[in-house]
Write a protein that binds this ligand. Structure first.
Ligand SMILES: [Fe+2]
Length: 338
């Protein structure tokens, strides 16, 4: 493993819209203003198998594990974890099949998290859980299709220091506002990405997820109102809508579910280190019998999708040119672009 140069994309983190700009206007105010997708959390059948896959094939570092809880958390430095894995047969298991546990969206500060909580409660919004994860405080709710969404803000920029002493094993309840919330921005503004040369792929960070939803219009409005995401591409007529957090990236794409695509997770995507690197990774993947499901090389993006051990679809890509308008493509190709 070695630590590489800053990826140009990281500079985008410094250009995020200030979420406090509409502070004085409550009319039309969203509940929260998410800056980005922070991580994807999955229930998996075999925690060791999945941790090894995301380390050795996908190319993420193991940030920490709690073997007694049968969980694993992996990242290359963008945040404390890009992927969270929970063994569905362990003490935290909640399903009898592999499934998305939640998508987590980050807000700027603890103040924003608590303000959003109070705004939401005043409007009768229902949260399903609130936890103190020690390195972050988190609120949870279910979206219109029953997909669990986490909204969180970090509590300490030096989260790695906390890992010297294992993060507490229990999930402590959090009471928003009981302690005065901090106005500090604890996320890393210029993360230095780790690169694991021995792995097949070399991603920098998770950048987006895509969900099939039963009612695209309803879901899009809900995500705009709740998380403050902004529609950036696609319409109901197009069958998909991409939504951006305040950092301006397409963090979440909603796709209209149909007979062949029930509501639920479509895929999640990681940005690769470079195009040359991704090309070499794909060749290595093929010779290592990694089952590449599909591949797209067009003017906008070079992208591959392959299944993880539980069938979750992992995308790794490099952008070539910004996608600024809807292009007419079959859904299989469109999946690679959103
Ligand atoms: Fe989470």
């Amino acid at each position: 493993m070695h630590v590489g140069a800053l990826n140009p994309i990281s500079s985008l983190l410094l250009k995020c819209r200030n979420p406090m700009t509409n502070q004085n206007s409550t009319e039309g105010r969203t509940l929260f203003e998410a800056r980005r997708l922070g991580h994807v959390n999955l229930f998996v059948h075999d925690i060791d198998r999945s941790v090894n896959f995301y380390r050795d094939v996908v190319g993420l570092g193991v940030a920490w594990r709690r073997t007694n809880m049968r969980t694993g958390f992996l990242s290359n430095g963008n945040s404390h974890h890009d992927i969270g894995l929970i063994d569905l047969h362990g003490p935290l298991g909640q399903t009898n099949h592999a499934a998305l546990n939640h998508l987590a969206f980050e807000v700027e500060t603890q103040v924003d998290l608590v303000d959003g909580y109070r705004r939401a409660k005043s409007q009768g919004f229902r949260f399903t859980a609130m936890y103190d994860h020690e390195i972050s405080h988190s609120l949870y709710y279910d979206d219109a299709d029953g997909t669990q969404i986490e909204i969180y803000a970090d509590t300490d920029v030096d989260w790695q220091e906390r890992l010297v002493n294992p993060i507490k094993a229990s999930l402590d309840k959090w009471e928003p506002g009981k302690q005065p919330p901090s106005p500090e921005r604890y996320y890393r503004q210029n993360p230095v990405f780790m690169r694991h040369d021995d792995a097949i792929f070399h991603p920098t960070k998770v950048t987006h997820a895509a969900l099939f939803v039963r009612d695209l219009e309803v879901a899009s409005k809900d995500y705009q109102r709740t998380l403050g995401l902004s529609p950036t591409l696609g319409t109901v007529k197009d069958g998909f809508i991409s939504l951006a957090g305040s950092c301006g990236n397409r963090d979440l794409t909603l796709l209209q579910a149909d007979q062949n695509h029930p509501a639920g997770l479509s895929h999640f995507g990681f940005e690769a280190w470079s195009e040359d690197d991704l090309r070499q990774s794909v060749a290595r993947a093929r010779s290592a019998d990694v089952a590449i499901e599909s591949e797209l090389r067009d003017e906008h993006r070079y992208s591959v999708i392959f299944p993880d051990p539980d069938g979750f679809r992992v995308q790794i890509y490099v952008d070539r040119k910004p996608l600024e308008a809807v292009v007419s493509l079959p859904r299989s190709s469109l999946t690679h672009l959103v």
